[in-house]
Write a protein that binds this ligand. Sequence first.
Ligand SMILES: [Zn+2]
Length: 244
Amino acid sequence: MTYQERVKEHILKWLNQLQRAEKEEMLYLVSRWQEVEKVLSEMILDLAQKEGLSRNQLYRLEEYQKFLNELQRQIKYFSLDVGQKIIQQQKWIGGFEIIPGGLSLRQGNLWIGLSREGTPIYELLKESYPETVIRITNTLLEGISLGYAPEKTARLMREDLAGNLSRALRIARTEQMNTFREVSRMQMEQAGVDSWEWLAEEDACDFCLSQAGKRFPTEQGMETHPNCRCAMLPVIEKRSDSNG
Ligand SMILES: [Zn+2]
């Protein structure tokens, strides 16, 4: 087995481990979100039982104001929690040596906790609050004006809320893989590796399978789709050639 193949095996093993860790993380986020829903459920059902309210009347309603306060509080704590969880995972990923026995990355701490766009992850998650309020309020008013059974309106409102969970899951997954790739790239730079090969797993999508095996310069990151699990394999043959 060549050195290159050993590195490939090492990375595939790590991807497997990463996938297991991700599954645990997702389960945690789901259970954490269920707590949020539990706190808000009763308030939602109460609101859904109102009849003949206009938008203005709803805004003046004390129960509605209370609900909004609680919603904001819940989204804030959920976001903080999810943000912490993502940062933990990023730190763990930062310790991975893409080249076994090579450098591990401590400088990674500089950008851990930031999303790819440079926004703190917690802010990114919290941003959903205004949008959630608009969505849930429209559903509530629609339910009232169309005379839906309160249970139906409440269920639709909870579905609106669930958007926050799927958003959190998507951000967690994306940031995790972005961290992994950025760690890989920085380690290759430090080790003087000048190109990487697109490494796709057997069950990757058609696009990624079409990229598999292609080589890119180390300065270039991996441009891919959300939820992609592909990795960057350092190209090492050239170095061993020049060393004789
Ligand atoms: Zn992929």
